[in-house]
Ligand binder design. Structure first.
Ligand code: PHE
Length: 350
């Protein structure tokens, strides 16, 4: 037995030395240690030995089998290491190469402005609602107290897509839809952001598509004071605690009285500067008390209920807030413009 083991060990060592790849090594493993392998075959010889001899020979056999296993394993580790070394040499990487820049996005200034306004109104219990951008003549005009031949329809150059259907020129139809949908005809507090469209030539201050935020409050005994308080709070939240507002008389067919609302210029604190065209005030939105005819058309008891509404231009608000002087910048999506807001995300607005 000892003799056989010696011979096999010699054979094995020679065979291992010749092997150059993992696959041949596996074949060799099977050849020696597999079920019908040469080393396994030695076991047969053990059977013929006396009990006494079996003990020593058995130990020899087990030790040798272990040794053979270790030798093969060691070779395998070496082969794998060699392969990896070769791979590292052939597949060179250049650590000096510039990394691919991963751009992080930022919230668009219009979304940012809408979110700020919505957050405030939601905190006061307003419901956020939306309405269709393709609107019927009926909702965009008629139910807002602008019948077909009303001259004020010319105030807003409309884009009709079919007879009686147009791209809404304002978010005010959401007022009507909300009042109509409220079957109980009870109090309403709603805020409605969305896109609107007008037949305008685009320039620094005009866009054929822009965004508005509409607000409507309907309840018993709502008066101008409520409107003023609400707008003051909004303006101070957006532009700082020191801001004041003023009302100027205006005209909208769906409000009576109607108002234009100005905020005291936050650049010069009302002194007068180029930003506010020396007036000390910046116009920010249109508002008014809901016209009784509008309440009535939407099924509300105009004797019991009153309401206020306002509609503000999101682009205008964002332009004022961030000092942007061309409305087209919102829609060109130039990265350098949007990156300004990435910085605001990180550092806060100054
Ligand atoms: N819808 C008006 C506009 O687009 C703004 C407005 C809304 C005025 C609500 C009064 C009340 O100009």
């Amino acid at each position: 037995m000892e003799k056989e083991i010696k011979q096999l060990k010699k054979d094995l060592e020679q065979a291992i030395a010749k092997v150059n790849d993992v696959k041949s090594l596996n074949d060799l493993r099977v050849h020696y240690l597999g079920k019908k392998g040469k080393i396994t075959g030695l076991k047969e010889m053990l059977k013929e030995l006396s009990v006494e001899d079996k003990k020593t020979a058995g130990k020899l056999f087990n030790d040798f089998r272990q040794e053979a296993t270790d030798l093969i394993e060691e070779k395998e580790i070496n082969l794998k290491r060699k392969a990896l070394d070769e791979q590292l040499i052939t597949e060179k990487i250049d650590p000096t190469l510039g990394a691919t820049e991963i751009k992080t996005g930022s919230i668009h200034p219009l979304d940012r402005t809408i979110k700020e306004v919505l957050d405030l109104f939601v905190s006061m219990g307003y419901d956020v609602v939306t309405g269709p951008e393709i609107e019927s003549d009926e909702y965009n005009f008629a139910r807002l107290n602008l019948p077909k031949d009303h001259p004020a329809r010319d105030m807003q150059d409309s884009l009709y897509v079919a007879t009686d259907y147009l791209l809404r020129t304002q978010t005010s139809p959401t007022q009507v839809r909300t009042m109509e949908e409220n079957k109980a005809k009870g109090p309403i507090r709603m805020i409605a952001p969305g896109k609107v469209y007008r037949k305008d030539d685009d320039d620094a201050t005009h866009s054929h598509q822009f965004m508005q935020i509409e607000a409507l409050v309907v309840d018993e005994n709502i008066n101008l004071g409520h409107l003023k308080g609400t707008l003051e709070l909004m303006v101070q939240t957006l532009f700082g605690k020191e801001r004041k507002i003023r009302f100027r008389p205006s005209y909208f067919p769906f409000t009576e009285p109607s108002l234009e609302v100005d905020v005291s210029c936050f650049r010069c604190d009302g002194e007068g500067c180029s930003f506010c065209k020396e007036s000390g005030w910046l116009e920010i939105l249109g508002a008014g008390m809901v016209h009784p005819a509008v309440l009535e058309m939407s099924g509300y008891d105009k004797e019991k209920y009153s309401g206020f509404a306002f509609g503000l231009g999101v682009e205008r608000l964002a332009m004022l807030k961030y000092g942007i002087n061309d409305i087209r910048q919102f829609y060109q999506n130039h990265l350098h413009f949007l990156e300004l807001f990435e910085r605001i995300d990180k550092e806060g607005h100054k």
